[in-house]
Design a protein around this ligand. Structure first.
Ligand code: MF3
Ligand code: CO
Ligand code: CO
Length: 265
């Protein structure tokens, strides 16, 4: 672990900005294809071709520890790491997460968002909203000197005040020349009092929020994570750079409701 450098150089930050923009564009592109009847593998193939041929980048999840596809698609009670396939087709009322991770010029970026297929229930919409706002709340707190565990505290408090729960089994992560680097970013209250944000750190925040309990399990395919109680789950993820006085959202999209650069004076 001692080989990991938490603080990125100017050069690395420049490269991470480029990688972040590409991952964001993949999610913008695929939004035009979300409709009842399309299969999750069609979504995968559209993203794959766009990443490889249009962006001249590499799909980071493809063959990652044996993961067989270029994106993760996680529908309804699937929490994360859903494997795109031909059988599974989007239907009216579904909520789904598409998680895109790419490598450009040796640098990774990682981002995800929820999509709603047609019309869905009030509670599904609220779930997606709360997941997104919990990420935004944490992003707005980022600045040098902040203790890492403050991020988890704020996410958990907001989510639970809405009577939802935060998944404990997966966390955000440092990212750079590697997909997953230290530090780990927990999305719930924790005892880590010693990790402190510093300018030049780049990491993801990616809270998974369930309508029911926080417990999850991995299904028989070895990847797909589902809620234990079969309740709906939602997740948003951004790759973030700690600046001298706030943060920069490296994977910002046109549909995001926060500024790309957040400064605290
Ligand atoms: N994109 C996920 C993350 O946010 C990791 C997916 S790994 C895969 O960290 F193998 F499941 F694709
Ligand atoms: Co991630
Ligand atoms: Co991801």
């Amino acid at each position: 672990m001692s080989n990991f450098n938490y603080i990125k150089s100017k050069y690395e930050i420049k490269k991470m900005r480029i990688a972040g923009k590409i991952a964001a564009k993949v999610l913008e592109m695929i939004s035009n294809h979300i409709r009842p009847g399309i299969s999750t593998n069609q979504l995968n193939n559209l993203c794959h071709d766009y990443i490889v041929h249009k962006q001249k980048a590499v799909c980071a999840t493809l063959n990652y520890y044996g993961f067989p596809k270029s994106i993760c698609v996680s529908i309804n009670e699937v929490v994360c790491h859903g494997i795109p396939n031909d059988k599974e087709k989007l239907k009216n009322g579904d909520i789904l997460n598409i998680d895109v991770a790419i490598i450009k010029d040796g640098f990774y970026s990682d981002t995800s968002k929820m999509f709603i297929v047609g019309r869905t229930s009030k509670i599904s919409k609220k779930l997606c909203y709360v997941a997104k706002q919990s990420l935004y709340l944490a992003i707005k707190m980022i600045k040098p000197g902040l203790k890492l565990n403050e991020l988890g505290k704020v996410i958990q408090k907001f989510v639970e005040s809405n009577n939802f729960s935060v998944v404990r089994d997966y966390c955000g992560h440092g990212i750079g020349r590697n997909f997953h680097e230290p530090p780990q970013i927990l999305h719930y209250d924790n005892e880590d009092n010693s990790s402190i944000l510093q300018p030049g750190m780049i990491f993801t925040i990616e809270p998974m929020v369930n309508i029911g309990g926080h417990n999850v399990y991995i299904t028989s395919d070895g990847w797909t994570v589902k809620t234990k109680d079969n309740s709906l789950s939602a997740q948003y993820e951004h790759t973030l750079l700690v600046t001298s006085n706030g943060c920069e959202v490296l994977t910002l999209r046109s549909d995001d409701n926060i500024p790309k650069i957040i400064s605290h004076y």
